[in-house]
Design a protein around this ligand. Structure first.
Ligand SMILES: [Zn+2]
Length: 330
């Protein structure tokens, strides 16, 4: 296998490879662009016209998706997989990956769409770098653009594998992309209603890619990932890479949700009335007092069929402490 196929090893060691460009025997080109960043170009004449960005490790302790990308790249580097798509592999937060932490100073996935400019520190610099790498990759015209940003969640979930579909003014969510997600084993999709500050929100709204944050199960320590089954996703990614994806238009069983409200923490007095181990997608009855904050602010559930995702009362003031979602259709 080519040395550049060991991007994960290089990234964790913080090493720069001596050779930055290598060719597989089949003629695919691997180009190391910087720490945790590698671009794959298909052999001459084999390009199907898809630009595929695959990122993981935006949160450093989410090992299962990092290992999935490592397996795909190793297969390309050893000639087992012959790419027909251009691919950019990105490991989001190398320093946090090294330490096995979610982040060092702040959550990178709240620093995109220019938010890093109002901040400083290692994560702000990295978010800026990731935006530049993604923008350069998605700069060729007339090609299909797809980005999957792979994560595992902090907490358990009533729906184990789900996607967040970003929002941009004037753009419609794509039914065929939803069918593709369904075939990749995704059980639910949250359709967002405003432009966000995550990595996938940036590539969707600013780079015109189809883009998704995929939550693939609970982040667990090494050796305990057997319950995180990524087989369907792995198979679908290989098919995308090799351009032999079966046509799949069915949405059967895919649950769709939309954001009803984001619960914002305004002060240190913020109190979230949920058990600390509450699962994502837990249902909340109408009339439930979800949270309280300074100056008598109360968050009462008014929506039928409401559920909570990403509850986290420990976020910094001014940030989102949870999302209230409701069932929807396309
Ligand atoms: Zn994550």
């Amino acid at each position: 296998m080519l040395a550049l196929g060991k991007l994960l090893e290089l990234t964790l060691a913080g090493r720069e490879p001596t050779e930055k460009i290598q060719l597989t025997r089949e003629g695919a080109r691997l180009h190391w662009l910087g720490l945790g960043a590698l671009e794959v170009t298909p052999p001459v004449g084999a390009d199907c016209g898809l630009d595929l960005l695959l990122s993981a490790g935006i949160h450093g302790n989410e090992t299962a998706p990092i290992e999935l990308l490592d397996r795909l790249l190793q297969r390309i580097a050893s000639g087992q997989l012959i790419p027909q798509a251009r691919i950019l592999f990105l490991f989001g937060n190398p320093e946090a990956m090294r330490r096995g932490e979610r982040y060092i100073e702040q959550d990178i996935n709240r620093l995109f769409s220019g938010r890093h400019e109002q901040s400083s520190g290692p994560e702000a610099l990295r978010a800026n770098e990731l935006e530049r790498l993604a923008a350069a990759f998605f700069s060729k015209t007339g090609r299909a653009r797809l980005h999957y940003d792979l994560h595992t969640a902090i907490r358990a979930s009533k729906i184990e594998q789900f996607a967040l579909y970003p929002y941009a003014e004037g753009r419609k969510h794509s039914a065929s992309e939803l069918a593709r997600l369904r075939a990749a084993g995704i059980d639910a999709v949250l359709l967002q209603k405003k432009v966000g500050i995550t990595f996938s929100s940036y590539t969707y709204a600013h780079l015109d890619a189809e883009a998704f944050t995929l939550e693939l199960g609970k982040a667990r320590p090494f050796g305990q990932n057997q319950e995180v089954n990524l087989d369907l996703l792995e198979q679908r990614l290989q098919q995308l890479i090799e351009n032999n994806e079966p046509a799949d238009t069915r949405l059967d069983g895919l649950q769709l949700f939309s954001v009803a409200r984001e619960v914002i923490k305004h002060s240190d007095a913020f109190k979230l009335n949920l058990p600390s181990d509450v699962e994502n997608f837990s249902e909340l009855p109408v009339g439930y007092l979800l949270a309280e904050d300074i100056a008598g602010t109360r968050w009462l559930v008014e929506e039928q069929g409401a559920r909570i995702i990403f509850p986290n009362p420990k976020v910094k003031n001014g940030l989102r402490a949870g999302i209230l979602i409701v069932p929807t259709t396309l």
